[in-house]
Design a protein around this ligand. Structure first.
Ligand SMILES: [Zn+2]
Length: 335
């Protein structure tokens, strides 16, 4: 104990004095990061400012979600409107917040689209835009909203998008279905899950069945990538969870992106990311927020996770690789 402390009686500090002080990872305070999957164009101005305030240097704003098309089933023109809205607003978002906002455009199979070929034809032109840095999010889904969509048709739409990605040398953001849930109880069916604007009662019977439909869906997507000539390392599997980590890391070369902006919903957080880095290294791991206006989401999630990863024992070089270098290289932010 240091006898020179002027406090009336010893405080913690008098005892701590003998201990070696931990090195503070101050480099994390200003480390740049990129959110490789969000829907920030649907958020408020203030939420986008939160990204900038916490050091975000770039993001991929994904426009593909059926959540934002009001009519069901969806027509090609409805999705086209979503793409055009994102294209229209992107530059103003960059000028307002100074981070680089790039786009991911895709056809989501969460709701049936009546005339998808029309959309695929148009997509080729969008893929040539310099601001479009990814195709997606897409990927076969076990069940749809309002009206089921057959698995063969879904797979064809996913593969066709992967073929376009191959032609344009773009990565594909894969929407992998989640199995994890943070709560042991379910809510009254009439009200669904608070924090997620969705009429749960309109969910349809699954078109992928069997023991593990969520993993089966991912395996079908990877097969589609092979058939499309898309290299596995051009696939970013978003919404990674305990159900698909092992398959994706051990049996494929895909990138794994942990969605941590709504951990309360899918039960995946920084501890899962830390475990995956320990087990597989940081080379093929990323973090995204999936922040969107239809969900209770946190624009600070990546910044918070950077601190949390360090607390969990991950070194700052590995953190930089996961939140900055990997998304920068895969989505071409250095160009
Ligand atoms: Zn998303």
């Amino acid at each position: 104990m240091n006898p020179n402390y002027p406090t009336k009686r010893p405080t913690d500090d008098a005892y701590l004095h003998d201990e070696e002080e931990p090195r503070l990872p101050t480099e994390l305070l200003n480390m740049p990061w990129i959110d490789g999957h969000n829907h920030a164009h649907t958020l408020s101005w203030d939420d986008r400012e939160r990204y900038a305030l916490s050091g975000c240097e770039g993001m991929v704003m994904v426009s593909s979600g059926y959540h934002w098309t009001p009519y069901k089933p969806v027509r090609a023109s409805d999705v086209r409107f979503l793409w055009d809205d994102a294209v229209n607003r992107r530059a103003a978002i960059e000028r307002n917040h100074f981070f680089r906002a790039r786009l991911g455009l895709g056809i989501h199979t969460g709701v049936r689209i009546e005339d998808p070929d029309e959309l695929l034809e148009a997509m080729d032109g969008y893929c040539q835009l310099p601001e479009v840095v990814a195709v997606g999010e897409t990927g076969v889904t076990p069940s749809q909203h309002v009206e089921a969509w057959g698995l063969d048709e879904q797979r064809a739409i996913v593969q066709a998008q992967m073929e376009l990605a191959t032609q344009h040398d773009l990565p594909v953001i894969l929407h992998t279905p989640n199995t994890s849930s943070s709560s042991g109880r379910s809510y009254r069916p009439a009200f669904g899950v608070p924090g997620y604007e969705k009429n749960y009662g309109l969910g349809q019977e699954p078109v992928i069945t069997g023991e593990n439909p969520a993993l089966k869906a991912v395996k079908i997507d990877i097969e589609a990538a092979h058939d499309a000539g898309l290299p596995e390392d051009r696939v970013v599997a978003s919404h990674a969870d305990q159900n698909n980590i092992q398959y994706l890391m051990k049996e494929t070369e895909c990138y794994l992106s942990f969605t941590i902006g709504h951990s309360w919903l899918i039960g995946v957080g920084p501890a899962d990311v830390a475990d995956a880095i320990d087990e597989y290294g940081p080379e093929r791991i990323m973090i995204d927020t999936d922040c969107a206006n239809i969900l209770k989401t946190d624009p600070y999630a990546i910044k918070r996770a950077m601190f949390e990863l360090y607390r969990y024992g991950i070194d700052t070089d590995a953190i930089r690789k996961v939140v900055w270098e990997n998304p920068r290289d895969v989505y071409g932010f250095s160009n």
